[in-house]
Design a binder for this molecule. Structure first.
Ligand SMILES: *Cc1c(COP(=O)(O)O)cnc(C)c1O
Length: 363
């Protein structure tokens, strides 16, 4: 899979195949399977094999970013089709639906996917995709994947799950009935804040996945061989990293939930979290992401981030370094995120150092 010894040299770390083009036989055929690097290349092929394997899928298509992967799934629909998407959702997915696919005449209903009855009543005759993201961004709302996949299948639709925050180490949506899994591999797969990427994994190499493959190969939003190589390297340490992220995040969430300057903590590992029971059923640990509201106002929340010494102010997540973000400011004027909410991507630093850092900043 991702760790094949190079047959020509014995190299244990795989070579990066920069060639954009591949030799044809005299009869015009491509005997080794590769013709042109947008269509496929060995590094991307290895990456797709590994991601599909980790998710328990049969196929995967790697893209140049998570949003390119998400966009490819919606593009595989037809104008006039209907999609149900979560109200609480990574804001880029909301934007791509509202700003790019609504003008293209995709019909979209945003509903609270944590509430099965709301999802059921949003179903229409032309519903083709029920999209879920769990735990979701930024308030870690938990959706019951098995239940929503069931509603999708009864409606003749498919269930697509953005598994970026959980990763296949903690949650395997295809086993719970989802048909496609999405990743922003920029986050935990890469794991070092130095490569953008995305992927769509399919339970079946069916006609719909064929359309996604065509959008990848003809649309051309593909990762470079070096990007694919970095992502594969990240995937090798994903299980160890995600366990460490999860243990630290649980410890920090417990610390914060007892802090007098903290109004509320959002982490599915806490028993008071509304999605805790479902998270326990469908995840093996609760991941490295948490959010919390500080007491006071926006100014006070920003002040807290200004006093941190180890945790870095920055967007994105899933890297070895802890990152904190005032989420409402990046989501813009339409954001429903509370102004006192800070989102924390817990890194791999010593957890007691992280707690000291938060303790000093909160005062
Ligand atoms: C970051 C993120 C994306 C978008 O991925 P990019 O690689 O930034 O395009 C999609 N979904 C979730 C849950 C994310 O966190």
């Amino acid at each position: 899979m991702g760790h094949a010894i190079d047959p020509h040299t014995g190299a244990i770390a795989s070579p990066i195949y920069l060639s954009t083009t591949y030799e044809r036989n005299a009869d015009g055929s491509y005997p080794r399977g590769y013709s042109y690097s947008r269509t496929d290349n060995p590094n991307r092929h290895n990456l797709e094999t590994v991601i599909a394997g980790l998710e328990g899928g049969t196929v995967a298509a790697a893209f140049s970013s998570g949003l390119a992967a998400i966009g490819a799934v919606f593009q595989a629909l037809s104008p006039g089709d209907h999609v149900i998407a979560p109200e609480i959702l990574y804001h880029g997915t909301t934007r791509i639906l509202k700003d790019i696919f609504s003008p293209w005449n995709l019909q979209v209903s945003f509903v609270d996917t944590a509430d099965k009855s709301k999802v059921k009543s949003a179903v229409r005759d032309n519903t083709k995709i029920i999209f879920v993201e769990t735990p979701s961004n930024p308030t870690l709302s938990v959706t019951d994947i098995k239940a929503i996949a069931g509603i999708a299948h009864t409606a003749g639709a498919i269930c697509v799950c953005d598994n970026t925050w959980a990763t296949p180490v903690l949650q395997r949506p295809l086993e719970l009935g989802a048909d496609l899994v999405i990743h922003s591999t920029t986050k935990y797969f890469g794991g070092h804040s130095d490569v953008l990427g995305g992927a769509v994994v399919g339970s079946n190499d069916d006609e719909f996945f064929g359309r996604i493959r065509k959008i990848q190969q003809i649309g051309g939003a593909v990762p470079s061989p070096f990007d694919a190589w970095l992502l594969l390297r990240g995937a090798q340490t994903l299980p160890c990293r995600i366990r460490n992220h999860s243990e630290s995040a649980l410890k920090i969430s417990k610390y914060l939930s007892n802090h007098p300057q903290v109004e509320r903590v959002y982490y599915p590992g806490l028993s008071e979290h509304p999605g805790h029971e479902i998270a326990r059923k469908q995840m093996s640990q609760f991941g490295g992401m948490l959010s919390f509201e500080v007491k006071g106002d926006k100014q006070r929340a920003l002040e807290v981030t200004g006093k941190l010494k180890i945790i870095i102010r920055g967007t994105s997540l899933g890297g070895v370094e802890s990152l904190i973000e005032h989420r409402a400011s990046i989501e813009g004027p339409e954001s429903r995120t509370p102004n006192t909410l800070l989102r924390l991507s817990v890194g791999l630093e010593n957890v007691d150092d992280l707690i000291d850092d938060l303790s000093n900043a909160l005062g």
